[in-house]
Design a protein around this ligand. Structure first.
Ligand code: TXA
Ligand code: MG
Length: 351
């Protein structure tokens, strides 16, 4: 199939592009769209076959359910069983990068939820995603628009690299603002549990929710119960470029010594711009400024893709903190590294 690549230009002509994309959605086709988190691979959440096509295009295991994207939080009434806590969270965080799991109604086909009794709901704040849902008149099922297992796409060229020839249309709306996928939560009697961390953090949720727990699999991916994961996406290898990602937990100087001491080969280092001078070789993959979690999130998936574009065999990454805004980055990078963390301490302290 030929994939149409259309750019949103910020002019009234955009409405024609949206109308065309909405017709593709209504007729059961697939359109990749920008959201504020990452690009999504959108199909109607009301048509069984659209979900099947999504799984096929991504090469995604069919037991990993899709998020249902809505134009406004109240629309969840039509497709799921809302609760007072859903509305409290929606009031604060929707539209935006929060996904909430609810019991689903029968009008959402089993192909969308992988046969499960629940569905995940999110209202994207990105104007293109929002407008497409409105104009199509359908709720939209959309996973990240990458080939399964690879880094999520944060611009339309990433999508083209993975999806050209496999879907009907790509809407190019520039770079995604946030760069990591939405926070996914399930609701409990006394609060909520984070199943996937994102830009809506534990502290932000605690402001509204009372008790917030973090699923152990978020921090220790090896703890996922393969037969019964809370969120099926937890159990898959994820976000990995072909290059090997080596995640190292070490003080900065020890990390730099380790990288500088490695042998030949084509390698890269994730580094803030102002620390790049510490490295004597390798390709610098610049993550932004030191201690800037938003810039790191924003650049994470692009840098992982750059590693392959540059033909690197290894990428060294210093382990980010496991808290606040950094938790989302930690959660992605530890999976990209195949759940392996190398711990290095400063031997010189003992001399
Ligand atoms: O920011 C995002 O959430 C992006 C954009 C496109 O909206 N979408 C996204 O979708 O990241 P995807 O399919 O790549 O990730 C959805 C995650 C998966 O880990 C999946 O297992 C989990 O949400 N999920 C979906 N429905 C669920 C459900 N009913 N119960 C538990 N987990 C669910
Ligand atoms: Mg994904």
């Amino acid at each position: 199939m030929t994939t149409e690549f259309l750019t949103i230009t910020g002019t009234p002509a955009d409405e024609d592009v949206i109308a065309k994309a909405a017709e593709v959605i209504r007729s059961g086709g697939l359109v990749a769209i920008p959201t504020e988190t990452v690009y999504g691979l959108a199909g109607s959440a009301l048509l069984e076959d659209s979900a099947r096509k999504i799984y096929a295009a991504k090469g995604r295991p069919a037991d990993n359910p899709l998020i249902v994207h809505l134009a406004k939080p109240e629309d969840a009434e039509l497709y799921g069983e809302t609760t007072p806590l859903y509305y409290r969270l929606a009031e604060r965080f929707m539209p935006g990068p929060l996904t909430i799991i609810l019991k689903k109604k029968d009008n959402i086909p089993d192909t969308v939820t992988a046969g499960g009794a629940t569905a995940a709901f999110r209202c994207p704040s990105h104007p293109i995603a929002h407008r497409l849902i409105e104009v199509s008149g359908h709720p939209i099922a959309a996973p990240s628009a990458n080939s399964s297992g690879f880094p999520s796409p944060t611009n339309a060229l990433h999508v083209k690299a993975d999806m050209d020839g496999k879907i009907d249309m790509i809407l190019n709306g520039g770079e995604c603002e946030i760069g990591v996928e939405s926070t996914v939560v399930k609701l409990n009697d006394d609060g909520c549990t984070i199943l996937r961390p994102g830009a809506v953090t534990e502290d932000m949720l605690a402001d509204v929710c009372g008790k917030v727990t973090i699923s152990p699999a978020v921090i220790e991916p090896t703890l996922v119960d393969e037969k019964n994961p809370e969120s099926p996406g937890m159990k898959y290898k994820h976000y990995s470029p072909t290059a090997e990602v080596i995640l190292i937990d070490a003080p900065l100087d020890v990390f730099a010594d380790h990288v500088n001491g490695r042998g030949a080969g084509k390698y890269g280092v994730f580094t803030p711009a102002d620390e790049a001078h510490l490295y004597t070789g390798g390709i610098m993959l610049i993550t932004g400024e030191t201690d800037n979690a938003s810039q790191l999130s924003h650049s994470l998936f692009t840098l992982l893709r750059n590693a392959d574009e540059l033909g690197l065999d290894t990428v060294y990454v210093r382990c980010p903190p496991k808290s606040g805004e950094y938790l989302a980055v930690y959660n992605r990078i530890v999976r990209a590294a195949g759940c392996r963390i190398t711990k290095l301490r400063d031997n010189r302290e003992n001399n």
